[in-house]
Design a protein around this ligand. Structure first.
Ligand SMILES: Cc1ncc(COP(=O)(O)O)c(C=O)c1O
Length: 367
């Protein structure tokens, strides 16, 4: 028997009829780029996040690039963010010619260590990108206070966290703008790439809307150098169906995370720390173990999927060699990248499978 890290087929089978109808509807409509399906989805996401505007784009990376671009961030500017995230968070900054400035993470939540942010702010700092890593919101009140004191923007990288909330407010509504990804592995996922920016700032939303379509307010008229970065109508139609299920799916993830926590109680295995004032949506269930390689090979040897997120923190990536960071500069991120492991967690995962996984992990720890 094998258990994957994530089972996309299980979710598809549950809502197959609705998805297939939605796809057929788009195919038959002949409207494949933007149009009513995308507008409907944008409206639904804006309402879901409790913000005024949402702009669908081609993927989560572009959501970040277009947001930074629309804020006028470019060469000579600095953007503060976490080194413990997927590369796209900082790739977007670098793509615009700006410089990522890395701040270490909190050892319990793996989110930005807010007490270390202010020391890294300079006259060049234009924005902070907190990443709601693995589905747990970053400490947004503190981050927003720091940003307000220094007149800099806050862009939530909410790619892993749709549906999570912070002090009763949904992620997406917590900064100047927020970026989501609908990559197939995400909690809300398309059948391909997709992304969206949400914001309460009308001018910013309008600028991103222009940027996603060649800077073109009207066909063949161009007021900005833009991109070709639109959310496909097919993806929007699929995502509109799935958005209706996201709260149930996130609740199932939360229940399963709690069950794992219980199964690992009284062991050396460090389970995710969910802060009291947030609702974590467990995009990934991450354990911290002393002998990760043994646990990984025990799981894989038993046909169980697992994954390392992320093996090399971004300040130590080859491509950022020129930024001058050394090993030891951001010790929490570095240690975390050696000790953590994602084990299977998805809404359809069965209780017996979870018990089997937990037994294998516990055995590997005791060996
Ligand atoms: C934290 C984070 N930021 C950005 C992205 C980029 O999203 P995408 O793959 O849709 O470009 C992802 C996901 O891949 C992510 O996990």
């Amino acid at each position: 028997m094998s258990i994957p890290l994530l089972d996309l087929q299980a979710q598809y089978n549950l809502i197959k009829d609705e998805i297939e109808l939605a796809v057929l509807d788009v195919l038959r409509s002949g409207q494949y780029i933007l149009g009513p399906k995308v507008e409907k989805f944008e409206k639904a996401v804006a309402e879901y996040c409790n913000v005024d505007y949402a702009v669908g784009v081609a993927n989560g990376t572009d959501a970040l690039v277009l947001t930074l671009d629309a804020m006028g961030i470019g060469p000579g500017d600095e953007v503060i963010t976490s080194p413990f995230t997927f590369f796209a968070t900082t790739e977007s900054i670098s793509r615009l010619g700006a410089t990522p400035v890395f701040v270490d993470i909190d050892p319990q939540t793996y989110n930005l260590a807010t007490d270390k942010i202010e020391a890294r702010i300079t006259s060049k700092t234009k924005a902070i990108i907190p990443v709601h890593i693995f589905g747990q919101p970053a400490e947004m009140d503190t981050i927003n206070d720091i940003a307000a004191r220094h007149s800099i923007k806050v862009i939530e990288d909410a790619c892993q966290a749709i549906g999570a909330d912070y002090r009763g407010r949904k992620v997406g509504s917590l900064g100047n703008a927020a970026c989501f990804s609908f990559f197939p592995s995400k909690n809300l996922s398309g059948a391909g790439d997709g992304g969206i920016v949400v914001t309460g700032d009308k001018d910013l939303a309008n600028r991103i809307r222009l940027l996603r379509q060649h800077g073109s307010p009207k066909k063949y008229y161009h007021s900005l150098i833009g991109y070709n970065s639109r959310l496909d109508a097919l993806q929007a139609a699929i995502l509109s169906v799935k958005l209706r299920y996201i709260d149930n799916w996130n609740s199932a993830r939360r229940e399963k995370a709690q069950y794992y926590n219980k199964l690992f109680e009284g062991t050396e295995i460090v389970t995710p720390k969910e802060l009291d004032h947030v609702k974590h949506v467990y995009h990934l269930y991450i354990i911290k173990v002393p002998n990760r390689a043994d646990v990984e090979s025990a799981l894989k040897g038993n046909g169980i999927g697992c994954g390392v997120y992320y093996p090399v923190p971004l300040h130590l990536q080859d491509v950022y060699g020129g930024l001058g960071y050394q090993e030891g500069d951001l010790p929490v991120s570095e240690a975390t990248s050696h000790e953590t492991l994602a084990i299977p967690l998805y809404p359809e995962l069965g209780v017996e499978d979870m018990e089997k996984i937990a037994d294998i992990v516990k055995e590997a720890i005791e060996d």
